[in-house]
Design a protein around this ligand. Sequence first.
Ligand code: THU
Length: 160
Amino acid sequence: MKKLDITTSLEVYDSVEELSEELQDLMKQAVEVRDQAYAPYSKFKVGAAILLDKGEVVVGSNQENASYPSGLCAERTAVYYAGAKFPGSRILKIAITARSLNQEITKPVPPCGACRQALVEYEVKQKEAIELYFMGETGEVMKAASVAEILPLVFDSNCL
Ligand code: THU
C-alpha cells in the first residue's frame, strides 16, 4: 500500500488593488458582466472574464432557467464562447467574481467542480496553464496558477 498526499497551493491577495493593472482591468470586466447576469432564481450573480493570447477578452455570466439544471455557470458560458469564437487562441487567464443580492460576499468564490472540469479541458488541449483569479464582491482575491492545481486527480483525455 502506498499513500499519496496531494497539496494545493494558492496565492491570496488582500484586495484587487494588489493585482497588476492588466488583472485589475480583467477583474473589472468580470464585475461588469457579473452585474448583468441572469440569475432571477438564485440571486447569485457570477461574472467571468477570459484573457486570450492575442489580447481579446471574452466574458460570460451565469444564465439561469426555470428548469433549474438547464442553466449554466458564468465560467462555462465564457469558456465555451471563447472556444466557439476564437478556436485557435490560447486562454491565458480567467477572472471570476460573484455577488449575491441577499448578502455581501466577502470571501473568494472558486469555480464549481463542473466548471473546473470544463476549464481543464482547454488547459490540456493548449498544453499551457490557465491562471485563475477569483473573488467575491469585495475582499480577498485568490490566485491558482492552473486549473489542474484546483482539480487534483483530473479526469482528462489521457485517462481515455
Ligand atoms: N454559479 C456560477 O456561475 N459559477 C460557479 O462556479 C458556481 C455557481 C452560478 C450557477 C447558479 O446560477 C448560481 O451561481 C447559484 O449556484
